[in-house]
Design a binder for this molecule. Sequence first.
Ligand code: PLP
Length: 365
Amino acid sequence: MSQSLNFHVTRSDRPRSAEERARILEKPGFGVHFTDHMVAVRWDKDGGWHDAEVRPYGPIALDPAAAVLHYGQEIFEGIKAYRHADGSVWTFRPDANGRRLQRSAARLALPQLPVEVFVESLKQMIAVDKDWVSDAEEASLYFRPFMIGDEAFLGVRGAHQASYYVIASPAGPYFAKGVAPVAIWLSTDFARAAKGGTGAAKCGGNYAASLLPQQQAQAQGCSQVLFLDPVEGRYLEELGGMNVFLVYGKRNTLVTPALSGSILEGITRESILQLARDRGMTVEERQVTIDEWKQGVASGDITEVFACGTAAVITPIGQLKGEGFSVGDLEAPAGEVTLSLRRELTDIQYGRLPDRHGWMLRLDA
Ligand SMILES: *Cc1c(COP(=O)(O)O)cnc(C)c1O
């Protein structure tokens, strides 16, 4: 099977002016504005991947019987482009995202996009929309690659037609006023995923199921939800869209829940584990109970807690709240380990530190 496709490029005849783009990049928010172009690639059961194109950003026409609209056959990725000081544009570990998209596809009975085509799709976006990658401090261009089953058929089986798209949205610094700890809500009414389910796949359905618990968290003054394992309701899994870490300061140890089949394999998670090992920290991937968190914070053994994912990189967790309890101090500043891991990772991504693991790929050359 051919691993590469030729992209047919149709430039927008109404791209935003330089002034309009500058106005958007000054205050981009997150996921609100989109660049002038998108990538689309078609797949069907007989012909495989074909008709790769870059075209003006705009609505997608779907048959009302398209599989994605009825059975939620959708997967996605999240990956950023970073502008370095010399003006070049880079991305972080795209092959890892490409392989994860393939694993998600397998679980959702969608076709495997070759990793080479995934990486090429990001390069194609930068070839037309490079000017949307801001050079402001901690700004980036967030790519949202996604795939849908779009065969018009109401029978319940994997669609025989699918489409892969990439759209891109400029993102400002996640923490506009410095990295600030957040409060999170322990959900005991709901689980995110179960072993054998779709928790390890990056699919829209997982997010749909997390919206109600997320609303409950917000009603409690928390910005995110923490989910426990669905069987015993004791073991930490992750937040709605971020993995979680505990820091045992005195033991120089970093602890995160082991991948259980229901936890999403975050690329930020894996990168942080590597950076921690590199600096001589002890790294433990194992089961962690919610009692260990509560008692560890109370005894002072757990000195920091943080969440991680591509969008926010690392978010310090100041407080954990749940039905009838609260641990931690939201007013305390972010911890040292949290901040220095965050700094090291972003320094690599923005080209301020050597890329000793070969994680960075240039997109504009
Ligand atoms: C995307 C995602 C993460 C973080 O993954 P990264 O590769 O680090 O961005 C964590 N949990 C869930 C549920 C996710 O969807």
